[in-house]
Design a protein around this ligand. Structure first.
Ligand SMILES: C[S@@+](CC[C@H](N)C(=O)[O-])C[C@H]1O[C@@H](n2cnc3c(N)ncnc32)[C@H](O)[C@@H]1O
Length: 169
């Protein structure tokens, strides 16, 4: 198993066939974007950090990379699969809700939206996330604790309470 999220693996199972269009919002170093590309998706990867996009570009020229700030991101088209993993908890609630609303609006009929976030005081919670995507049919909502290795800001092994949401239009 690779470094991609369960979401990406589920999407590959859900969408047999080549040529489906996916967008990974806040893609980081591209673990999900690369996995989706390897499974035939036509992938756009968006992040505000050029270093992240440069890492993806080193590995492939098949992914469209877009350097953009998601707090005022404007979609230019609709997608079969929209993925936004561990990003929305950075944003103020209203910004996160607005972005979730744009994701819903830019999902093709039959498309799948997958969002995960770390439960963070004052930021979007699970109920508010669900209220932002009411136009979709919920496929699953899972709340659980996941383990994280040491990283900047938390230099010790630790756990996060997270929400994983999948919906379809
Ligand atoms: C915790 S990482 C998650 C990366 C990836 N989605 C994953 O699951 O591996 C959060 C990512 O969100 C990006 N990010 C944070 N704020 C952003 C913003 N305002 N606009 C665009 N990207 C942002 C960061 O640069 C980082 O790559």
């Amino acid at each position: 198993m690779g470094n991609e999220l369960l979401f990406a693996r589920k999407a590959v199972k859900a969408f047999h066939g080549e040529g489906k269009e996916a967008i990974d919002l806040g893609c980081g170093y591209g673990r999900n974007a690369l996995f989706l590309m390897q499974h035939g998706f036509d992938v756009t990867a968006v992040d505000k950090h050029p270093d992240c996009l440069a890492e993806i570009k080193k590995k492939t020229d098949k992914i469209t990379t877009v350097q953009a700030d998601l707090t005022d991101y404007e979609f230019t088209k609709k997608y079969d699969f929209i993925l936004c993993t561990f990003v929305l908890h950075y944003f103020e609630k209203n910004i996160a809700q607005e972005l979730a609303g744009k994701m819903v609006a830019h999902l093709k009929k039959g498309g799948v939206l997958a969002i995960s976030l770390i439960k963070t005081p004052q930021k979007l919670n699970a109920d508010e996330l669900l209220n932002s995507v009411t136009e979709l049919s919920t496929v699953s909502v899972v709340e659980k604790s996941i383990h994280d290795n040491p990283h900047t800001g938390a230099n010790y092994p630790h756990d996060h309470d997270v929400v994983f949401y999948i919906g379809t239009k």
